[in-house]
Design a protein. Structure first.
Length: 180
């Protein structure tokens, strides 16, 4: 009986951990959604074939986040520390309609709406370009170094504006070692 319980638990665990699998050595990712891939060991190199279809982020040496960026299929290659192929998998990105979603087709154009609790425009890839443009605001990608510089500058500015006097060290002495 214990063995049967073990097999049932093992089967349930395997099923839960492979929900993103799309068949033979592949992954199925919904558009604008993220799937987590646990690797059997640490990776030294991770490459995605077409970053317009899917994007990959390395969260930890053995954990990847794959984000669906556009319709289609690409591949994901992961190498181990010896340069050997650890994974070579297909990644297929599909679009699904959410439970509260509505798609309106008008001749050759399409518009998507989220109707929870009231219908609001929810443009997605494949909708009419005019509809997408009218219902989204363009944003510029942020360069990580620029973001880091802005955060450091903002932190220095807020520290300087919160106190016009420099803080004295513990014990009330001066910073240069001289008398108070």
């Amino acid at each position: 009986m214990r063995f049967l319980t073990f097999l049932t638990t093992l089967g349930t665990t395997c099923l839960a951990s492979t929900t993103a699998l799309a068949g033979n050595n592949g992954y199925l990712v919904d558009l604008n959604k993220t799937e987590i891939i646990q690797l059997p060991s640490a990776a030294s190199a991770v490459v995605i074939g077409n970053s317009d279809i899917a994007d990959v982020s390395v969260h930890a040496a053995d954990t990847l986040f794959v984000v669906g960026r556009g319709f289609g299929e690409t591949n994901l290659i992961v190498l181990d520390a010896d340069g050997q192929i650890m994974m070579n998998a297909d990644v297929r990105v599909r679009q699904t309609t959410p439970h509260e979603g509505v798609r309106v087709f008008n001749a050759k154009s399409r518009e998507s709406y989220n109707c929870q609790p009231y219908c609001q425009p929810a443009p997605v890839l494949g909708d009419s370009p005019d509809f997408i443009e009218a219902n989204t605001t363009p944003s510029e990608p942020i360069d990580p170094l620029t973001a880091l510089f802005r955060a450091a500058t903002q932190n220095m500015t807020s520290n300087n504006s919160s106190s016009s006097q420099p803080a004295s060290p513990a014990g009330g002495g001066s910073f240069n070692g001289g008398p108070n």
